[in-house]
Design a protein around this ligand. Structure first.
Ligand code: RP5
Length: 171
């Protein structure tokens, strides 16, 4: 992942899309694509709870001061990134369990979802659906104070409904 080129053009990202490894990008790019479609300024970074623990703590601690409003964190296996980031910030953290090779993401899911009371992480589904829904939730959070984003969310749902209603099944 060439991280700089995956950021949206704006210099003031509202959403941080972070992941434990570049190998998570295949899943997390779906979050970035949706944020792009909604025109939400965002940045994408590899930040590992295990391999770069000090950088992770610094990144999470400084995110609020940089104007980030939501953090989407994807990780697989012993997926400690979302929880450890949440421990360093009061920003909403949305956790995406990556589908791991060994256990198909069940390890990631359980690692992310079982947070102790007091340090919340909003946990999404394993894999691509989780990444997409994390982006949509981030947009929904931002939309509470941004009517133009709220309107885009309504249009997204209408379009989604239209496609399902018009779906054709091949014989
Ligand atoms: C986790 O370990 C990452 O989030 C990734 O899902 C998993 C495997 O990482 P790589 O060995 O592919 O770098 O920290």
């Amino acid at each position: 992942m060439e991280e700089q080129t995956k950021d949206s053009p704006s210099s003031s990202p509202l959403v941080a899309v972070i992941m434990g490894s570049a190998s998570d990008w295949e899943t997390m790019r779906h979050a970035a694509t949706l944020l792009e479609e909604f025109g939400v300024p965002h940045e994408c970074r590899v930040v590992s709870a295990h391999r770069t623990p000090r950088m992770m703590a610094e990144y999470a601690t400084e995110a609020e001061g940089r104007g980030i409003e939501v953090i989407i964190a994807g990780a697989g296996g012993a997926a400690h990134l979302p929880g450890m980031v949440a421990a360093h910030t009061v920003l909403p953290v949305l956790g995406v369990p990556i589908k791991s090779k060994a256990l198909k993401g069940m390890d990631s899911l359980l690692s992310i979802v079982q947070m102790p009371a007091g340090v919340p992480v909003g946990t999404l589904a394993i894999g691509e659906a989780g990444a997409k829904n994390a982006a949509l939730l981030a947009v929904a959070i931002l939309a509470n104070k941004r009517p133009e984003l709220r309107a885009k969310l309504h249009r997204f749902r209408e379009e989604q409904e239209r496609k399902v209603r018009e779906a054709q099944l091949a014989r």
